[in-house]
Each structure stands twice: as structure tokens, then as C-alpha cells.
Write a protein that binds this ligand. Structure first.
Ligand code: ZN
Length: 490
């Protein structure tokens, strides 16, 4: 590979050169949303982080199969094995069928992701669509002796697994502390140890989402869906598994334990985690009143926002920080991001208007190498953005007549700038999309009719009729008036 890519592996705690198992194919799994409410900032960051990875791997020439799941069952209120299912609770409160809740929020999630220019994954499997696979997965773990049945539920035997392998290797948690922790929760007596987690839960009579299994009428544990669907679509061992840092424990730690208990080896080569987002220095949370959905950002309706922030402002803002560092949202920071985004697009526009000279007095030839180096250093998007701003300064110098650029350098600069800004960072010009500026088109029609008027005055009836007839065919209604002409779209 011409440009070796290094990524930080959470499991080994160091940057490693990315070498796919089956070049040129890359398998990548990212934990998707639990669909019981609108997408918020916490959803935007992993979606954008792994969108950048997806785009960059494809740019490097890999054929990427990107799987991002939809959690529509088994994610309980307390993220552990207790509490009501989040989707089922919403369905009960809204008097809806659970799948109505799921469909509604999946549609809204897709819409928000599209506005953020997050590419759709290759496969988007639903947990509820893989109950049979999950039951088969549990059977294997039971057969290998790392799970037990208790009162119709099946639990993963953490102490036994930890004697043979290492539970806690991803999160670095001290297993002895975990195992000695005692928690008093309903149904706790079903577990042999408080650290054990559910693979299958027997459904309580009021629980509306349940399926038959060899153990009980019930539903799968939350951690299981990702182990099952990851290996189903990407193979027993695959390249990359990603998600937010908040998922490292217990979700991803449990995934590792499940896959080792199931297959005898790790399923994942590189674990990647994006850091969290804070708002005015505080963690996001419903109780703190700072839980801002993406739609509220886009229309500015939340009381903490002093204005609306467009999807590209949010995207640009997130990309101005490395995915491994925290990001703090504030109105000031977002307004600065909006200005920076606009400045970048102005630079691109100016670049496309530059006239080449015989020689270059600006040095822009190393932009491509520098941007690749930044991306290859664990997807360092803030450095890429800094390099593009350096290029903007050179563009301005040429534009102001203080420097020159050769035709060859100009072409190369356009190619590099466009590739990194649009294809890899996934930025687009919101000012030009959505509401189309019709003025240039109107002026073009006026121009044609001016030419026709001129032709008529020269008695060039052929040209005059040609313009009138062709415009009529295209759909314009043209009328000659005393002073000239009038037109409208038919
Ligand atoms: Zn997951």
C-alpha cells in the first residue's frame, strides 16, 4: 500500500498499521442506534467518525463492507439486564405497535444522517430480524460451557470465562472488583454472579416483544445482537469494530467474551472508539436539560441554542476535532465552525475562478501528501482541515495578484482540494443545494431572447424562429411585446 494507514486500536492501546485480513476487502462493524427516540448529538459523532473511515478506506482502494445495526429489541432501561425494553416502553406509552416505533425512528434517523452527509452502510441489520441466529449463537456458548440456564433465562458465566480467558481486556477493568461487586436488583438471584450478563431473558407477562426459544418465550440480551450479526455478515474474524467510548464497557467487553466463548478466538482485529460530546462542558443527559436532538440543532428550536445550525456546520465542527478527543458544543464554538466552513467553501469557489500563469510562485504540490499523511495518522481530520486552510491562503494570494500558479499546479490543487473536502471529509455546499439560485438560468433565457430580437431586426427569420420554437418545445411561453419580449414557464 502506497499510503500505510495507522489507527488506534483500543484493545492493544496503541496505533497500529491497518492491514486487512483479506485485501482488498475490509469488513467493518459499527454499533448503530437504539431506535426509541430522535437522533441527537451523541448519534452524530460515531456516525460521522466511521463515515470518515468508510470514505477513506474506499479512497485508498479497499472494497468495504460496512455493517451498522439497528437495535430494536433487548436494550433495557438500565443498559444491564434489568428494566423495561426501551422500544417496548415507548410503544406502551404512545399506544403503538413496537415495530411502528422502530420504523418511525429509523426513518427519522436516516433522514438526519442523510442531511449530515453520512453515507448509508452496506448492510443495516435489525436485531429483531436475527432472533434465530442469536438463539443458535447461545446454543454454541452453552455447549462450550460458558453459559447456564436459570429459570428460563440464559446467562453468560463471567467467572468461568475469566478463569480461561481475560474478561476486562478491552476496558481494562479490574475483574476481581467486578466479581465481588454486589448489586441488589430484581431477578439478581437468577444469576450465579452479579457480573454475569443475559444472553436470553425470559419475558415477563407484560413484556410485549418476545419470541419462542428452547429456554422460554423471551428475547435476546442486548450484547448478543452485535456478536451475532457481525460474524454473520463479516465472517468469524473481521477487521474493524467501532462505536462510541461509552460502549467499551459493558457492551463491547461482553461482545468479546461472547465471541471467544462461541468461536474460541477474537472476532475483531481492530477496535475503534470515538470520544464523547459535552455541551457547555457538561455531559449530555435528559435530566440536565441539555439533551439536544439533531432536528433541534437544524431548526434552532432548543432553548440552549441562540440560532439554528445547519447539518454541515455540525459536521464541520465535529471534524475540527480528532475523533479520539472530547468535543464541547457551545453556541460560540458552533458559530466559529460555521464561519470556518463558509471560509473553506469560499476558498474552493475562488480556486475554481483562478487563472493560471506560466509558472507557480506558490508551493501547493505537497498538499496531497500532507493530507494523506494526516489521514493516515489515525484519521487526523483537524490537521487535514488546517492544510486545506493553508491552501486557501495560497489561493487568496494568487487571487489578489500577489502570487501566480501554473496550469498544471492549478489542476492538481483543484483535484486534491476537492477530493479531501468533498469525497473524504464529506462536506458539501449547503448554500448551493436545497434552494437553487435561479437567477443565472433566467438570465440565460433573457440572453437567448436578446439574440432572437437581434436576429429579427436583421431579418434573420431562420434564427429567430429556431430560438422561439426550441424554447416552446423546452416549455417556455414567449410573447413579443411592444418593447421587446416577455416569457414564462408554461
Ligand atoms: Zn453493539
Amino acid at each position: 500500500m502506497e499510503h500505510p494507514l495507522y489507527i488506534y486500536n483500543t484493545l492493544t492501546r496503541r496505533k497500529e498499521q491497518f492491514i486487512p485480513l483479506h485485501e482488498p476487502f475490509v469488513g467493518m462493524y459499527v454499533c448503530g442506534p437504539t431506535v426509541y427516540g430522535d437522533a441527537h448529538l451523541g448519534h452524530a459523532r460515531p456516525a460521522i467518525t466511521f463515515d470518515i473511515l468508510f470514505r477513506y478506506l474506499r479512497h485508498l482502494g479497499y472494497k468495504v463492507r460496512y455493517v451498522r445495526n439497528i437495535t430494536d429489541v433487548g436494550h433495557l432501561e438500565h443498559d444491564a439486564d434489568e428494566g423495561e425494553d426501551k422500544v417496548a416502553k415507548k410503544a406502551r406509552l404512545e399506544k403503538l405497535e413496537p415495530m411502528e416505533v422502530v420504523q418511525y425512528y429509523v426513518n427519522r434517523y436516516h433522514k438526519a444522517m442523510e442531511r449530515l452527509n453520512v453515507l448509508p452502510p452496506s448492510i443495516e441489520p435489525f436485531a429483531s430480524g436475527h432472533i434465530i441466529e442469536q438463539i443458535e449463537y447461545i446454543k454454541e456458548i452453552l455447549a462450550h460451557g460458558y453459559a447456564y440456564e436459570s429459570n428460563g433465562s440464559v446467562y453468560f458465566d463471567v467467572p468461568k470465562y475469566n478463569r480461561d480467558f481475560h474478561y476486562g481486556k478491552l476496558s481494562g477493568r479490574n475483574i476481581d472488583e467486578l466479581l465481588s461487586e454486589t448489586r441488589r436488583l430484581d431477578g439478581q438471584q437468577e444469576k450465579h454472579n452479579p457480573a454475569d450478563f443475559a444472553l436470553w431473558k425470559k419475558a415477563a407477562p407484560e413484556h410485549i416483544m418476545h419470541w419462542p426459544s428452547p429456554w422460554s418465550e423471551g428475547f435476546p440480551g442486548w450484547h448478543l445482537e452485535c456478536s451475532t450479526m457481525g460474524q454473520k455478515y463479516l465472517g468469524e474474524t473481521f477487521d474493524i469494530h467501532g462505536g462510541g467510548m461509552d460502549l467499551i464497557f459493558p457492551h463491547h467487553e461482553c461482545e468479546i467474551a461472547q465471541s471467544i466463548a462461541h468461536s474460541g478466538h477474537d472476532a475483531v482485529r481492530y477496535w475503534m472508539h470515538n470520544n464523547m460530546i459535552t455541551i457547555n462542558g457538561q455531559k449530555m443527559g435528559k435530566s440536565l436539560g441539555n439533551f439536544i436532538t439533531l432536528d433541534e440543532f437544524f431548526n434552532g428550536s432548543h432553548k440552549m441554542l441562540s440560532q439554528a445550525y445547519s447539518p454541515m456546520t455540525i459536521r464541520f465542527f465535529i471534524l475540527q476535532a480528532h475523533y479520539g478527543g472530547t468535543v464541547d458544543f457551545s453556541n460560540d464554538a458552533l458559530q466559529a465552525a460555521q464561519k470556518a466552513y463558509e471560509r473553506m467553501l469560499d476558498g474552493w469557489k475562488r480556486l475554481n475562478e483562478l487563472k493560471p500563469a506560466g509558472t507557480s510562485t506558490v508551493n501547493v504540490n505537497d498538499l496531497d501528501r500532507k493530507c494523506h499523511e494526516a489521514m493516515n495518522d489515525d484519521l487526523n481530520t483537524p490537521i487535514v482541515i488546517a492544510h486545506l486552510f493553508d491552501a486557501c491562503r495560497a489561493i487568496n494570494q494568487v487571487n489578489d495578484g500577489k502570487a501566480t500558479i501554473s496550469a498544471q499546479d492549478l489542476e492538481q490543487l483543484k483535484k486534491t482540494f476537492g477530493t479531501f473536502l468533498f469525497d473524504i471529509l464529506g462536506i458539501y455546499d449547503e448554500r448551493e443545494s436545497g434552494s437553487v439560485n435561479l437567477k443565472p438560468y433566467e438570465e440565460a433565457v433573457d440572453l437567448l431572447l436578446e439574440i432572437r430580437k437581434d436576429a429579427k431586426s436583421r431579418k434573420d427569420w431562420a434564427t429567430s424562429d429556431l430560438i422561439r420554437d426550441r424554447l416552446a418545445q423546452i416549455g417556455f411561453d414567449v410573447k413579443d411585446t411592444k418593447d421587446g419580449f416577455e416569457w414564462k414557464v408554461k
